[in-house]
Design a protein around this ligand. Structure first.
Ligand code: TPP
Ligand code: SF4
Length: 295
């Protein structure tokens, strides 16, 4: 059952005022919503916007212990922290907080090793579908057709399914969530905190600066991604997939809003031609079909 709003509001603030996030930043909403669900979090952050928005030394706007580290070391560093805390008999929730570049691409070796060892870590990936921190290059999470600085005519390949790659590691808990539905995200983070072993939560987190979207509609974009079937919501527990309430609803294509409604609100899809739109629709249905096999 989802947590109550009051319960969420009563949690400590983890991201303080004066941070450097752009207006309408989905990452900052994701961070506040997910990290505040955890008791005694220690957060390991590889290079990404999350390592930049925290401000400059000697100021810091993260209200929790934070370790900034190189891409290729995030889950390894978190493994060490988690084990050291256990050895000392101290309670902590050790977290990797990484962008999609650090999860789908550059950090795969480190999290794959930690997932195989079933380290006691929660890995959150805030997914804005590209490398925002370094000026909007494409990542493995960029959807087909989206323009980035390295895909000026739109990305030609389909988006990688990082949850299915993670599922192949047989970790105890995997979930997807969206900043459009903060209660669902907070509830899944809390649930993950009560499970032992490697847990992974992929969060759809719009980036108005790189997506060329209106900052004020960030939550609406999060909702639209779900309602159009672009971003399915589900959990995979010990290998078995269950669609979340909204995931189950939009599994049926006749319940979905036209995906063009979602694309139309983002400049990054402006140059898509009808053929690319059709190909992208096929990519989305392919992913739904593959997920259904894990049910
Ligand atoms: C090994 C290595 N390669 C490249 C970089 C440069 N770099 C810093 S942040 C970043 C992009 C991170 O993208 P993502 O993980 O998606 O997070 P976002 O920037 O979108 O928040 C890159 C390529 C780096 N710091 N280290
Ligand atoms: S570039 Fe995007 S992800 Fe980075 S701080 Fe700005 S809105 Fe957030």
């Amino acid at each position: 059952m989802s947590v109550k709003i009051k319960e969420m509001m009563d949690r400590p603030e983890v991201l303080l005022r004066g941070n450097f996030a752009c207006a309408g930043c989905g990452l900052s909403i994701a961070y506040r919503t997910a990290i505040s669900a955890l008791d005694r979090p220690i957060v390991v952050i590889p290079a990404c916007c999350a390592s930049v928005i925290q401000s400059l030394h000697p100021n810091v706007t993260y209200n929790v212990p934070t370790l900034n580290i190189a891409f290729a070391a995030h889950a390894a560093a978190a493994s060490g922290i988690s084990r050291a805390k256990k050895r000392r008999g101290e309670k902590a929730t050790t977290v990797v907080w990484s962008g999609d570049g650090g999860t789908y691409d550059i950090g795969v070796a480190t999290w794959s090793g930690a997932a195989e060892r079933n380290e006691d870590i929660i890995h959150f990936c805030y997914d804005n579908g590209f490398y925002s921190n370094t000026g909007a290059q494409r990542s493995g999470a960029t959807p087909r057709g989206a323009t980035t600085t390295t895909t000026p005519i739109g990305k030609q390949e389909k988006r990688k399914s990082v949850t299915r790659i993670m599922a192949a590691h047989d970790v105890p808990y995997i979930a997807t969530a969206s900043i459009g539905y903060p209660r669902d995200l907070h509830t899944k983070a809390k649930k993950a905190a009560n499970i032992e072993g490697y847990r992974f939560i992929l969060i759809d987190a719009p980036c108005p600066t790189g997506w060329n979207s209106e900052p004020a509609i960030t939550p609406e974009l999060g909702k639209l991604a779900v309602k159009t079937g672009y971003f399915p919501l589900y959990e995979i527990e010990n290998g078995k997939l269950t669609f979340s309430r909204r995931g189950a609803k939009y599994r049926d294509p006749s319940n979905r809003l036209p995906v063009e409604e979602y694309f139309g609100k983002q400049g990054r899809f402006k140059r898509m031609n009808p053929q690319q739109v059709e190909e992208l629709k096929k990519d989305l249905q392919f992913e739904w079909d593959m997920l259904s096999k894990l049910e």
